[in-house]
Ligand binder design. Structure first.
Ligand code: FES
Length: 105
Protein backbone atom coordinates (compact mmCIF):
# COMPACT_ATOMS: atom_id res chain seq x y z
CA UNK A 1 0.00 0.00 0.00
CA UNK A 2 1.32 3.43 -0.90
CA UNK A 3 2.03 5.86 1.91
CA UNK A 4 3.44 9.37 2.17
CA UNK A 5 6.68 9.35 4.12
CA UNK A 6 8.78 12.25 5.34
CA UNK A 7 12.10 12.35 3.46
CA UNK A 8 13.92 15.50 4.58
CA UNK A 9 13.67 19.23 5.08
CA UNK A 10 13.19 21.06 1.77
CA UNK A 11 16.22 23.22 2.61
CA UNK A 12 18.45 20.13 2.49
CA UNK A 13 17.89 19.84 -1.27
CA UNK A 14 19.46 22.03 -3.91
CA UNK A 15 19.85 21.79 -7.65
CA UNK A 16 23.52 20.88 -7.51
CA UNK A 17 23.42 17.83 -5.31
CA UNK A 18 21.46 14.59 -5.54
CA UNK A 19 20.15 13.48 -2.15
CA UNK A 20 20.01 9.90 -0.90
CA UNK A 21 16.97 8.75 1.08
CA UNK A 22 16.43 5.24 2.41
CA UNK A 23 13.07 3.88 3.48
CA UNK A 24 13.03 0.24 4.47
CA UNK A 25 14.57 -1.67 1.57
CA UNK A 26 14.07 1.23 -0.82
CA UNK A 27 16.99 3.28 -2.04
CA UNK A 28 15.58 6.57 -3.32
CA UNK A 29 17.18 9.55 -5.02
CA UNK A 30 15.80 13.04 -4.47
CA UNK A 31 16.59 16.03 -6.64
CA UNK A 32 15.20 19.54 -6.32
CA UNK A 33 14.97 22.22 -8.98
CA UNK A 34 13.30 25.37 -7.59
CA UNK A 35 9.97 24.18 -6.20
CA UNK A 36 9.93 20.83 -7.98
CA UNK A 37 11.28 17.76 -6.22
CA UNK A 38 11.87 14.56 -8.19
CA UNK A 39 12.19 11.13 -6.63
CA UNK A 40 13.43 8.02 -8.40
CA UNK A 41 15.00 4.73 -7.48
CA UNK A 42 18.63 5.35 -6.67
CA UNK A 43 20.27 2.21 -8.01
CA UNK A 44 21.01 2.29 -11.73
CA UNK A 45 18.97 -0.12 -13.86
CA UNK A 46 22.04 -1.21 -15.83
CA UNK A 47 24.33 -2.52 -13.10
CA UNK A 48 24.92 -1.72 -9.46
CA UNK A 49 25.73 1.96 -9.12
CA UNK A 50 24.37 4.46 -6.63
CA UNK A 51 23.07 7.42 -8.61
CA UNK A 52 23.43 9.78 -5.65
CA UNK A 53 27.15 9.76 -6.49
CA UNK A 54 26.33 10.71 -10.09
CA UNK A 55 26.01 14.05 -11.80
CA UNK A 56 22.90 16.19 -12.06
CA UNK A 57 22.23 18.38 -15.08
CA UNK A 58 20.00 21.28 -14.14
CA UNK A 59 19.12 22.28 -17.72
CA UNK A 60 18.16 18.79 -18.83
CA UNK A 61 16.94 17.70 -15.40
CA UNK A 62 18.79 14.43 -15.58
CA UNK A 63 20.99 12.32 -13.34
CA UNK A 64 24.01 10.66 -14.94
CA UNK A 65 25.26 7.34 -13.64
CA UNK A 66 28.85 7.55 -12.41
CA UNK A 67 29.72 4.04 -13.62
CA UNK A 68 28.86 3.88 -17.36
CA UNK A 69 27.39 7.35 -17.86
CA UNK A 70 23.79 6.61 -18.81
CA UNK A 71 21.61 9.65 -18.09
CA UNK A 72 18.06 9.35 -16.78
CA UNK A 73 15.30 11.94 -16.94
CA UNK A 74 14.34 12.70 -13.36
CA UNK A 75 10.70 13.30 -14.26
CA UNK A 76 9.95 9.88 -15.74
CA UNK A 77 13.14 7.87 -15.13
CA UNK A 78 13.67 7.13 -18.83
CA UNK A 79 17.28 6.55 -19.87
CA UNK A 80 18.56 8.96 -22.50
CA UNK A 81 21.49 6.88 -23.70
CA UNK A 82 22.92 3.38 -23.52
CA UNK A 83 23.96 1.17 -21.85
CA UNK A 84 20.93 1.51 -19.52
CA UNK A 85 17.67 0.56 -21.23
CA UNK A 86 15.23 0.14 -18.35
CA UNK A 87 13.69 3.24 -16.76
CA UNK A 88 14.11 4.09 -13.12
CA UNK A 89 10.99 3.82 -11.01
CA UNK A 90 9.72 7.28 -10.07
CA UNK A 91 7.74 8.46 -7.06
CA UNK A 92 5.35 11.35 -6.41
CA UNK A 93 6.60 14.04 -4.08
CA UNK A 94 5.16 16.97 -2.17
CA UNK A 95 6.57 19.85 -0.19
CA UNK A 96 4.42 20.62 2.84
CA UNK A 97 5.48 23.17 5.44
CA UNK A 98 9.11 23.07 4.22
CA UNK A 99 9.24 19.29 4.48
CA UNK A 100 9.61 16.89 1.54
CA UNK A 101 7.32 13.85 1.42
CA UNK A 102 7.56 10.90 -0.97
CA UNK A 103 4.70 8.58 -1.90
CA UNK A 104 6.33 5.18 -1.37
CA UNK A 105 4.67 1.99 -2.58
S1 FES B 1 25.74 0.99 -13.93
FE1 FES B 1 24.73 2.80 -14.57
S2 FES B 1 25.08 2.89 -16.69
FE2 FES B 1 26.06 1.04 -16.05
Amino acid sequence: MAEWVRACDADELNSADPFAFDYGEKRILLARFKNTVYATDRICTHAYADLSTGFMNEDERTITCPLHMSSFKLEDGIPQNLPAEEPLKTYKTEIREKTVYVLVD
